[in-house]
Write a protein that binds this ligand. Structure first.
Ligand SMILES: NC(=O)c1ccc[n+]([C@@H]2O[C@H](COP(=O)([O-])OP(=O)(O)OC[C@H]3O[C@@H](n4cnc5c(N)ncnc54)[C@H](OP(=O)(O)O)[C@@H]3O)[C@@H](O)[C@H]2O)c1
Length: 337
């Protein structure tokens, strides 16, 4: 018998997430049956979508989330002991899972776990970041929707986070000029010096419109939006004719208890004939490996850098989640079990 520790949802979020939203419990796992695997988590992911979810229907259940886990025991031919698996097994130290079953993301979406491809010596934790869901969010969400062309100007926000820093670098690979907004002077310096952004600003200190007038005097062609709200209205009002906007997220509003408001954008959308499209990354589930392979290749060619903020200890997952929402992470926030 294996004893699993798991974080369950104690109460729904109200405002910023708190430790009291979660409760740590233990449970004995049953022996595995035919078709099942026993997994031990190595790394956990904390992601903004967790806060965007309404958890009221999930009180008492395991907190949602992805992890990289090692197969300890298998009665499924697709998995063998030692395999490293990416799956949405939640904030739980050990799990028994049927190898053919998709994992519930908590709401109506379900994602199939998979044995991770060869990362060519890179850390398996990257399967939760640059070589996993956030990496594919950047790869598909930017390239497919923004269709960037060399010489164009790209703006991205939450730019020092997992998705933002990656999108900015893909834009550089494609020959674009990249402007980023992030929440601290350290992040801004790092984006310019280490990651190669052409310009970066601390959105908490600058006037966004003045920053864009300075860094993008000829306007913005592509906007990859992780944040939403007034910042987005300002960027959209500075976009060029036939500009493209990829709506990835709206983290500025995830903690809001009232409906957020921002200046209307319809005038700019209409006047400049802009195209705006939202997406969920699992739209490209059938091309998942393509994104991972390209991102490995870019890392190996020295064209793509990644960064992780690693918190140690299963018991610190809620803390790491809270800190990621507060912007304490550089790059991908993960927890080492
Ligand atoms: N559509 C999809 O399929 C998909 C998939 C993955 C992620 N996403 C979205 O992509 C965005 C980034 O996700 P990620 O995983 O890469 O997280 P992340 O950027 O690594 O971490 C979140 C960052 O958001 C920033 N932030 C927090 N509150 C903010 C606010 N009020 N205004 C502006 N920035 C704020 C913080 O950085 P600062 O210090 O800069 O404030 C924080 O570090 C999120 O909106 C997420 O929901 C969407």
């Amino acid at each position: 018998m294996v004893k699993a520790r798991k974080w369950i949802i104690a109460k729904n979020f109200e405002g910023a997430p708190k430790e009291s939203n979660f409760k740590l419990v233990e449970e004995e796992l049953p022996a595995i049956k035919n078709g099942e695997i026993l997994l031990e988590a190595l790394y956990f992911s904390v992601d903004p979508y967790m806060r965007a979810f309404d958890l009221s229907g999930l009180i008492g259940q395991r907190m949602v989330g992805s992890q990289v886990a090692k197969v300890l025991e298998s009665k499924h031919q697709g998995y063998k002991p030692g395999d490293l698996v990416m799956g949405y097994f939640g904030w739980q130290s050990h799990s028994v899972h049927h190898g053919d079953e998709p994992c519930s993301l908590g709401l109506d979406s379900k994602i199939k776990p998979y044995v991770m491809p060869d990362f060519q010596g890179l850390s398996p934790s990257l399967g939760l970041g640059v070589l996993g869901m956030p990496g594919n969010t950047s790869y598909f969400g930017f390239l497919e929707i923004c269709q960037p062309k060399a010489g164009e100007t790209v703006v991205v926000n939450a730019a020092a986070g997992a998705v933002g820093m990656h999108v900015g670098q893909i834009a550089k690979i494609k020959g674009c000029k990249v402007i980023g907004f992030a929440g601290s002077d350290d992040k801004v310096d790092w984006l310019k010096k280490e990651i190669g952004f052409d310009a970066a600003y601390n959105y908490k200190k600058v006037d966004i419109d003045a920053a864009l007038a300075e860094a993008a005097p000829n306007g913005v062609d592509c906007y990859f939006d992780n944040v939403g709200g007034e910042m987005s209205s300002t960027v959209i009002n500075r976009m060029n004719h036939f500009g493209r906007i990829s709506i990835c997220g709206a983290i500025s509003a995830y903690n809001d208890t009232e409906k957020p408001k921002a200046t209307i954008i319809q005038g700019a959308m209409n006047r400049s004939e802009l195209k705006m499209e939202g997406f969920m990354v699992y739209r490209w589930e059938d091309r998942w490996l393509e994104g991972i392979k390209q991102n490995i290749a870019w890392i190996k060619e020295g064209k793509l850098k990644y960064q992780e903020t690693v918190t140690k200890g299963f018991e610190n997952i809620p803390k790491a989640f809270i800190e990621m929402m507060e912007g304490k992470n550089f790059g991908k926030a993960v927890i080492k079990a």
